[in-house]
Write a protein that binds this ligand. Structure first.
Ligand code: FAD
Length: 457
């Protein structure tokens, strides 16, 4: 049989592409050399958030007496936290297996290798299987990699996969990098009582975020007594003694390297396709098509935005272009970014510093979440909602949030940006009371100095 679409890699890019292709009646085959669900389900989004949820429940319980609920002898058992995480992963993997089956998608387990522009060879322990296709989608994702001069040894120096497998909470941890994983595990380790030191080579924490977020995070970490070293790197590690370039000497129980991934583009036989590359990433056009007419690439291998929801959306785009000839329409400026810190750090669209650099005239509004009733009820008082809009029409350009439940708020701002909504339209929208969303509403009002729950300026 010749498949309409063959997909290598069953992560959130590949399996979502496969489902959409099956919905459209295509004959599709999914090739995976590990578990269905990819990094996201097995090593990334899901197990990390399952761990985070356990930490948060423990953290909430610590505050229960404030709400009139007494718990005596509160404690945690990290072994059980870990079991819960694997339970969630296992359950979701089973559901995904069923979902793929119900869509009548053929799955072949094994390593996908390229034979030529219309043929794959799949290697597994027992056999070699050949698959012919009209179109190929490369969705092989990425894997952790050592940073230069900092080799992962999976014992003292750990990567993101090792940290998911951890069975006990370390007394102290040195976290390298303040991207999403670094901040997320700072939250987990801090709640469970580890002493944390952070090293960031950029001059600010979370350097990819709006400056207001970096500055607030610095303040939050200071209050929590988390030691931060910015604008420096690890100089050497010898006998568990870590020396930073700034001269600081540290003796952590483990070093967690929360940065550095490499795309899985070293697929056997890929050279036969002669794909245009940008470094190790595969170059694609708006439709995720490579320089070869029937070869597409989606997700982490494109190097565009290493996020599960981006990979999935690229998968839909590629399939709808192949099967329906619908031109790609991904707006990379309307992709929500969430860093699961405590509180969450969320962004969409342009940062204030981007607007200044691009000389775009703008209006800005910042609303502290402590002034919103729902946040007060929940005693989640740290943070703000910042909104940026064009000076003339009031189109939303960006939103930057530090707040619990910011991940839900940022989605609303994403809808606004994606649909070019104006501040006026958003101000006219009725937001339910009392909700977290009201903090966003107040920020929209603030663009025109109409904030209700703050004293006049
Ligand atoms: C710790 C961590 C936390 C994260 N948290 C989030 C989050 O909260 N939200 C978010 O949006 N993103 C998160 N991410 C990023 C997200 O996981 C990735 O962006 C996403 O999984 C990429 O999807 P993908 O389909 O491109 O590749 P992957 O999910 O990496 O899947 C690729 C699949 O291809 C398979 N494969 C590779 N080569 C071959 C081959 N030759 N033959 C057969 N199969 C092959 C792999 O085994 C893998 O299953 C996180 C990542 C990490 C590491």
């Amino acid at each position: 049989m010749i498949y309409d679409i063959a997909i290598i890699g069953a992560g959130p890019g590949g399996y979502v592409a496969a489902i959409r292709a099956a919905q459209l009646g295509a004959k599709v085959v999914l090739i995976e050399n590990d578990n269905l669900g990819g990094t996201c389900l097995n090593w990334g989004c899901i197990p990390s958030k399952a761990t985070l949820t356990c930490a948060d429940k423990y953290n909430s319980a610590k505050k229960f007496s404030k709400f009139g609920i007494n718990i005596e002898n509160l404690s945690f058992d990290y072994q059980k936290v870990s079991e819960r995480k694997w339970f969630v992963v296992e359950k979701m993997r089973k559901s995904l297996t069923q979902l793929i089956k119900s869509n009548k998608i053929d799955v072949i387990f094994g390593e996908g290798c390229i034979e030529n522009q219309n043929k794959l060879k799949i290697l597994n322990k027992e056999e070699e299987i050949f698959v012919e296709f009209k179109n190929l989608i490369i969705a092989t994702g990425s894997r952790p990699t050592s940073l230069s001069g900092l080799k992962i040894d999976h014992d003292f120096i750990l990567d993101t996969n090792d940290i998911i497998k951890l069975e006990k909470i370390p007394e102290s941890v040195l976290i390298v990098g303040t991207g999403p994983s670094g901040v997320e595990w700072t939250r987990i380790f801090e709640i469970f009582g580890s002493k944390i030191t952070l090293v960031e080579m950029a001059s600010t924490l979370v350097p990819m975020c709006d400056k207001s977020i970096s500055e607030r995070l610095e303040r939050i970490f200071k209050i929590k007594k988390i030691e931060c070293h910015t604008a420096t790197k690890i100089k050497s590690i010898a006998d568990k003694k870590v020396t930073l370039e700034n001269g600081q000497e540290l003796y952590p129980e483990i070093v967690f390297v929360a940065a550095g991934r490499t795309p899985n583009t070293d697929i056997k036989g890929i050279e036969t396709l002669n794909l245009s590359m940008s470094g190790r990433y595969i170059k694609t056009d708006n439709n995720l098509k490579t320089n070869r007419d029937n070869i597409y690439a989606i997700g982490d291998v494109t190097g565009l935005e290493p996020l599960a929801h981006t990979a999935s959306h690229q998968g839909l785009t590629a399939v709808e272009y192949i099967l329906l000839n619908i031109e790609g329409h991904i707006n990379y400026e309307a992709i929500p970014h969430i860093i699961y810190g405590n509180p969450e750090l969320c962004s969409v669209g342009l940062r204030e510093e981007d607007l200044i650099r691009k000389k775009i005239d703008y209006k800005v509004s910042i609303f502290p979440v402590s002034a919103a009733g729902k946040y007060f009820i929940e005693d989640e008082l740290e943070g703000f909602v910042k909104v940026l809009a064009t000076l003339d029409e009031g189109k939303i350009l960006g939103a930057h949030i530090v707040a619990d439940h910011g991940s839900d708020l940022i989605q609303q701002a994403t809808i606004a940006i994606q649909n070019s909504l104006t501040v006026k339209q958003l101000q006219e929208t009725i937001f339910a009371h009392p909700t977290y969303s009201e903090a966003l509403y107040e920020a929209f009002l603030g663009i025109d100095n109409k904030t209700l729950h703050l004293p006049p300026k």
